[in-house]
Design a binder for this molecule. Structure first.
Ligand SMILES: [Zn+2]
Length: 203
């Protein structure tokens, strides 16, 4: 007899290991939890995954989740087409939307440039972005990308690419977190806060 779990359990852990951030031990722990925990509901989970995969599509314009051709954000008629906010992931859209500070349109790239993992512009929704700029003629493109090395590289790449269209390109301000003191900020954050300082008070 081979010293291993039954095939169905091994199959489950193999699939769980494909999830981001789940290693071999984590996959076993999750699989065990599904069958042992009174809080687990493996059938409901399986149904939810199946339903989501069957029903969820990405919006033809911005890339956000939708059940229709266009998402609820792109379907809002009073939303301004003058500002187009570019984000890395679909999941970056709602946090920005919830601030209530932006009423323009969004465009999710589906990731960021990462040569080491083989992600180039062709793997992202870059050509769709260029098509949208041509079709919607926004007056400003806001790059709401991460401040890590790959986010920076993506921002520079896009700024260069968009420069030929003469549309104004801006980036989210970077600096101190709200409610945070100087002594808790790391050096890189402080450097950026100094670099991107704003005019304050009457000169
Ligand atoms: Zn949309």
């Amino acid at each position: 007899m081979p010293l291993d779990y039954p095939e169905s359990f091994r199959e489950l852990t193999r699939e769980l290991r494909r999830l981001p951030g789940v290693g071999p031990r984590g996959a076993e722990r999750i699989a065990l939890w599904m069958f042992r925990s009174p809080h687990a509901s493996p059938r409901a989970l399986s149904r939810a995954v199946e339903t989501a995969c069957a029903q969820l599509k990405t919006c033809k314009l911005c890339g956000f989740f939708t059940h229709e051709e266009f998402c609820f954000l792109c379907s809002e008629e009073d939303r301004s087409g003058k500002e187009l906010c570019v984000v890395e992931m679909i999941t970056d859209i709602l946090p920005l939307e919830r601030t209530g500070a932006f009423r323009g349109r969004y465009h999710a790239l589906g990731g960021k440039l990462s040569p080491l993992t083989g992600i180039g512009p062709e793997q992202l929704r870059v050509s769709e972005l260029i098509d949208r700029i041509a079709a919607e003629t926004p007056s400003e493109i806001i790059l709401a990308l991460g401040s890590d090395i790959e986010g920076e590289a993506t921002a520079h790449y896009l700024a260069e690419l968009i420069s030929s269209t003469k549309v104004k390109v801006t980036r989210l301000a970077q600096g101190l977190p709200a409610g945070g003191g100087i002594e808790y900020a790391d050096q890189r954050t402080l450097q950026r806060a100094l670099l991107h300082r704003n005019l304050f008070g009457t000169p």
